[in-house]
Design a binder for this molecule. Structure first.
Ligand code: D41
Length: 678
């Protein structure tokens, strides 16, 4: 074995100390000292030194937080001191009674000083340190015995593997709550959902599930944090005088403690703290389910002692629950202003998160299937703050015999147009864009917008009034408005009525592409509208074009072609177009681009390697101007591959498939031939 030089040893030690220090600033003090990129650089340097000199590897190294793929079996651990539970106060009065009992037992009428701590909604754990080094971590279990979760706990960045500072007692136990911050929870669930895996109902379950992983590499990828709430040392002479001070000590050792913690004298001040924290609840980055009040003086705590499993010196005061059970009585479908059709659960009313809830969105049919929701099911409803209530889980065991499936209707419940769902999209939509009352306001707004027909003076508020009063149902009705009608509206003077009529009038002769854009067909933006207009020349031609013909237009793929087709296939939309014509709207025909100038129409080309005289984007643009589609990968269907310098696997594949290949000079010749130059 090579002897590791003192320099290397020192560098490794220095890197570990620096990384620990940065971690402490980041996770405990919430005050990062260096950018993430710098941290990563130091981390990688340490990793590579440890890889090169395995004899320097240590369990306390910050690189060891990645976990291990070895399966752990969660051995039973008997707690040296039982992990007590907390009594609950369910009302302000119960909290006052608790304070009364404390003062009676201590025979005092002086106000008691309490520490008020947010009650994190996570899992209580116990961590043991010997000579300042983490030797064992355990779950609370039943309070007397828990499970050894050391390997998983080591992966949590806010858990110190080694305590900071000098004067660390020989044996230290720190207790705290492992939890998952809200943002991390949302991200994790999104990741699990895209991987087709089961999601977690709430951050608490996610934290529990993550700690229970057999492979600590999995836990390492979960955004867990630890917040310390108490400590014990074997040598009682080392105990500070107050709980508050003991937590400050714990913080100096390298633990995160809750920044919302504060002191309060007497029950009323505690209730103030409760109300203030409840106000803050939503804005905190983690979930809390209440507040814990603890007598601050340790000597008083010792006098009070505990009954059965709970200390007499502490109590939890819970906030209103954010999750409750109720029954889905029906599922209805709502049409949003953009035509999205959303399943909505009608619930047996339930009090949750501080309000009575009788509806919850089910988002889309993928979600209905994922949750396996049936009408009649008992479900968990969750409402956090102002967020709309969600159905988070079905209690399958409680499903009645006659529970009914949920099916997406085939026709819009509002206007009876076809409901279409594009493959690969979760959302189903009503295709009656121009006609559907649910989409009316949005359709008119878009039609009148600046980039569309630019009807000045037809603002959002006015559209609301016109539609709500029944004066306008579809865009065609705009052209029948009279000055008399308009000036009868509140806050509409003679002058603005005339101006608006004139503006509407001016929109009667739009160029074709603006008119197409104004129709508000899904995913047909300005560029696509221009493409359609110049390729087909008239609205009639577009409305009769097949799916394949539509896809000949640059930038139009199967999805956009599908949207265009289903728009024109709706009789209601056709009726509205007729009504527009009747109202005197005439869209101008457009000069059709010479299809002879699109010699590559229908072909797919691939660009690879580096071009010297033009950028790839320029080459792409010009090929597209000639009608080609430019794709990223080579297949049998590729018409031609343009290979610049240092072309790699795509060129190899083209050669293997026997496809035509052009070099840069060849491409320039082709472009030249069609009058295109860089
Ligand atoms: O934040 C918490 N969940 C929390 C839990 C807290 N801030 N303090 C706590 N203090 C205690 C005592 C008073 C017994 C030391 C607790 C818990 N216990 C606790 N967590 C789970 C069971 C008990």
């Amino acid at each position: 074995m090579t002897q590791v030089s003192a320099d290397i040893r020192q560098r490794v030690e220095a890197l570990r100390a620096a990384l620990d220090d940065h971690n402490y600033h980041y996770y405990v003090l919430d005050d990062p000292r260096i950018p993430d990129a710098e941290y990563d650089r130091l981390f990688r340097e340490l990793q590579s030194l440890e890889a090169e000199y395995p004899e320097l590897v240590s369990d306390e190294s910050p690189t060891r937080r990645v976990g291990s793929t070895a399966e752990t079996s969660f051995q039973e651990v008997i707690h040296r001191l039982p992990m007590l539970s907390l009594d609950n106060a369910f009302s302000d009065d119960e909290l006052r009674e608790f304070d009364r009992r404390v003062r009676d037992r201590l025979s005092t009428d002086e106000p008691i000083e309490y520490v008020c701590e947010p009650k994190l909604d996570g899992l209580a754990v116990s961590l043991h340190y010997e000579q300042g080094v983490l030797i064992r971590a355990a779950t609370r279990g039943d309070g007397y015995a828990g499970e050894d979760i050391t390997a998983n706990i080591r992966t949590i960045p806010s858990v110190p593997l080694k305590l900071r500072g000098s004067n660390i007692p020989e044996l230290v136990e720190v207790r705290g709550e492992v939890y998952m911050p809200k943002a991390g929870f949302e991200k994790l669930n999104a990741r699990l959902a895209t991987q087709g895996e089961k999601t977690f109902v709430n951050p608490r379950n996610a934290a529990a599930g993550s700690l229970r992983q057999k492979k600590s590499t999995v836990t390492a990828k979960r955004p867990l944090e630890l917040c310390a709430y108490s400590m014990a040392v074997t040598d009682e002479s080392l105990l500070p005088e107050t709980h508050w001070d003991s937590l400050q000590t714990v913080r100096e050792w390298g633990f995160r403690i809750n920044p919302e913690m504060r002191k309060a004298q007497g029950a009323d001040a505690c209730l103030d703290a409760y109300n203030e924290l409840m106000q803050k609840r939503e804005s905190l980055p983690y979930e809390i389910d209440g507040i814990v009040f603890k007598v601050n003086r340790i000597d008083l705590q010792q006098q009070l002692g505990f009954v059965s499993r709970a200390p007499r010196w502490a109590i939890a005061h819970k906030f209103p629950a954010q999750e409750e059970l109720t029954v889905i009585e029906d599922v209805e479908f709502q049409v949003g202003r953009t035509g999205a059709v959303t399943p909505v659960a009608r619930l047996k009313p339930v009090f949750v998160g501080g309000v009575t809830v009788s509806n919850a969105t089910l988002h889309n049919m993928d979600e209905v299937r994922r949750l396996d929701v049936h009408i009649g099911d008992t479900v968990f409803i969750r409402r956090a703050g102002d967020v709309i209530p969600q159905v988070v889980k079905v209690v399958v065991e409680k499903r009645p015999q006659d529970a009914a499936d949920v099916a997406m209707p085939t026709h819009c419940p509002v206007c009876d147009s076809d409901i279409v769902q594009i493959e690969g999209e979760a959302v189903a939509r009503c295709s009656g864009g121009l006609y559907c009352p649910a989409q009316r306001k949005e359709a008119i707004r878009h039609y009148a917008s600046r980039k569309a027909l630019d009807i000045e003076g037809l603002g959002d508020k006015l559209i609301d009034v016109l539609v709500d009063d029944g004066m306008v149902k579809t865009v065609a009705d705009l052209y029948r408005l009279t000055k008399f009608q308009l000036s009868s509206l509140e806050r509409m003077g003679d002058k603005s009525a005339s101006n608006l009529i004139a503006a509407i009038d001016r929109s009667r002769n739009p160029v074709l592409w603006r008119f197409i854009y104004a129709l508000g067909i899904r995913e047909v933006g300005e560029a696509t509208a221009k493409g359609l207009a110049s390729y087909f020349g008239s609205l009639e031609a577009i409305s009769q074009a097949s799916d394949e013909a539509l896809q000949e237009v640059p930038d139009v793929g199967p999805i956009v072609a599908g949207h265009v087709r289903s728009f024109f296939d709706q009789p209601h939309n056709q009726e509205t177009l007729e009504a527009l014509k009747d109202a005197g709207v005439v869209w101008q025909q457009e000069q059709v681009t010479d299809r002879g100038a699109r010699p590559l129409a229908g072909q797919t080309w691939v660009l690879t390697g580096t071009l010297s005289q033009m950028t790839r984007d320029q080459a792409k643009e010009m090929l597209e101007a000639l009608g080609a589609k430019v794709a990223g990968s080579v297949s049998k269907k590729t018409a031609c591959v343009v290979a610049g310098e240092a072309a790699g696997s795509k060129l190899a594949k083209a050669e293997q498939l026997g496809l035509p290949v052009l070099d840069e000079a060849g491409l320039r010749a082709l472009l030249d031939e069609h009058g295109l130059t860089v």
